[in-house]
Design a protein around this ligand. Structure first.
Ligand code: RBF
Length: 157
C-alpha cells in the first residue's frame, strides 16, 4: 500500500479565503470521501464554513464548466474540483481526463483564479479507494493546495 504525503505545506491561515468546491457524482463512494477530506483540511486551515461553496455535478467532464460558474457568481479566491476517473473498456477516461485538465488550466489562466486539479485517474477501483481514505485521502492534500493557491492569488503568502 502506498501512503505518502508528497507535499509539506507550512501551516497556512485560510480564514480570509472564499473557496469553491465542485464535486463529480460519478464514483460517488470515492468522491464523497475526497470531499470529506478536502473539507477537513479547509477547516484545519481556518477557512470559515460560510465561505465554502460546494456544487455537485454529474461527472468529471462537467467540472470545468461548473468551476467557471462558481468563479463568476461567488467571487472565490480558488476552486477545487474533485472527481474520480476509473479506466473502463473504452478510452472515455482518457478523453475526460484530457478535457478536464486542459479546461481547468485554461480557466485558471484566463480568470486569474487558480483551479486545483483534484481528479483521481485510476486504472482500477482499488487505486481509487487507496487514495481516498485515511492518511492517504488526496482530498485532504488538495484542500491544502487550495488554501496555498488562494493565498498566493491574494498575495498573502
Ligand atoms: N465521469 C467520472 O467522473 N468518472 C468516470 O470514471 C466516468 N466514466 C465514464 C465512462 C463513460 C463510458 C461515460 C459515457 C461517461 C463517464 N463519466 C465518468 C461521466 C462523464 O464525466 C460525464 O458526466 C458524462 O459523459 C456527461 O457529460
Amino acid at each position: 500500500m502506498i501512503s505518502k504525503k508528497i507535499i509539506e505545506h507550512k501551516k497556512l491561515n485560510g480564514n480570509k479565503l472564499r473557496i469553491g468546491i465542485v464535486k463529480a457524482q460519478w464514483n460517488n463512494s470515492i468522491t464523497d470521501n475526497l470531499l470529506a477530506g478536502c473539507l477537513k483540511s479547509l477547516s484545519n486551515a481556518g477557512v470559515n464554513k460560510k465561505n465554502i461553496f460546494v456544487l455537485e455535478v454529474p461527472g468529471s467532464f462537467e467540472l470545468p464548466f461548473s468551476a467557471q460558474k462558481i468563479i463568476k457568481e461567488k467571487r472565490v479566491d480558488v476552486v477545487i474540483v474533485l472527481g474520480c476517473l476509473i479506466k473502463g473498456e473504452t478510452r472515455h477516461d482518457e478523453y475526460i481526463a484530457q478535457a478536464v485538465s486542459q479546461g481547468i488550466m485554461r480557466l485558471g489562466l484566463e480568470t486569474g483564479v487558480p483551479v486545483i486539479f483534484g481528479v483521481l485517474t485510476c486504472q482500477i477501483e482499488k487505486q481509487a479507494i487507496d487514495r481516498s481514505v485515511g492518511e492517504n485521502n488526496h482530498g485532504y492534500f488538495w484542500g491544502e493546495a487550495g488554501v496555498a493557491m488562494g493565498l498566493l492569488k491574494k498575495n498573502k503568502t
